[in-house]
Write a protein that binds this ligand. Structure first.
Ligand code: F6P
Length: 194
């Protein structure tokens, strides 16, 4: 690919409440991010005449974030957030209270810890393999998805070992542009002023 643009969805109502997972709508601030995203993309050098497709997950918050982008869009189930199983909809404090052993196990080995009835980062990396292969075939692609998913995609293109992906710093309201070069991948970040 020439360049890859990555963005988390805008702040969601669940982000505001500190809850994980779910399928919440964007918060008012998240909606502001969706509104400024087309301009942020232009600033980051997206040239629509070169062709660009926007991929989202099937969750409302990524679809709402991409809503104002004037490019072709495609939804992928494989881009949905890490499945947190029985912990879906809880805050980290509630998980610590209700599943203390799980909370500790995840802290001890975040990459391999699999939520009850859900996934681990290791599972997610496997789920993302076909997506990443398809990204490799694209000219230009923008992916609007979720924190854990972006961490794994980012680690892949930045050549970071996947077991470090759970700790990658991927802030909200920021477009990350990755450009593969002969010597490695060039990274630029564009933060929305909202
Ligand atoms: O809090 C937002 C979120 O995307 C959750 O839905 C998800 O479980 C979590 O981040 C992933 O981050 P971590 O693996 O650090 O808990």
């Amino acid at each position: 690919p020439r360049s890859i643009w990555l963005s988390r969805h805008g702040e969601s109502m669940y982000n505001l409440a500190g809850k994980i997972g779910g399928d919440a709508d964007l918060s008012p601030r998240g909606m502001r991010y969706a509104e400024v995203l087309p301009e942020l993309c232009r600033q980051s050098g997206i040239m629509p005449q070169q062709g660009i497709t926007v991929w989202t997950s099937t969750m409302k918050r990524t679809i709402q974030t991409a809503r104002h982008l004037p490019y072709n869009k495609l939804q992928w189930k494989a881009l949905d957030e890490l499945d947190s199983g029985t912990c879906d909809g809880l805050t980290y404090e509630e998980i610590e209270e209700q599943y203390p052993e799980d909370f500790k196990a995840r802290d001890d080995d975040k990459y391999n810890y699999r939520y009850r009835g859900g996934e681990s980062y290791r599972d997610l990396v496997i789920r993302l393999e076909p997506i990443i292969m398809e990204m490799e075939r694209q000219e230009n692609v923008m992916v609007v998805t979720h924190q854990a998913v972006i961490r794994c995609i980012y680690a892949y293109f930045m050549n970071v070992p996947q077991d470090r992906s759970p700790w990658m710093e991927i802030p909200l309201h920021t477009v990350i542009k990755l450009t593969p070069k002969a010597y490695g991948t060039k990274e630029e970040r564009f933060k929305a002023n909202i």
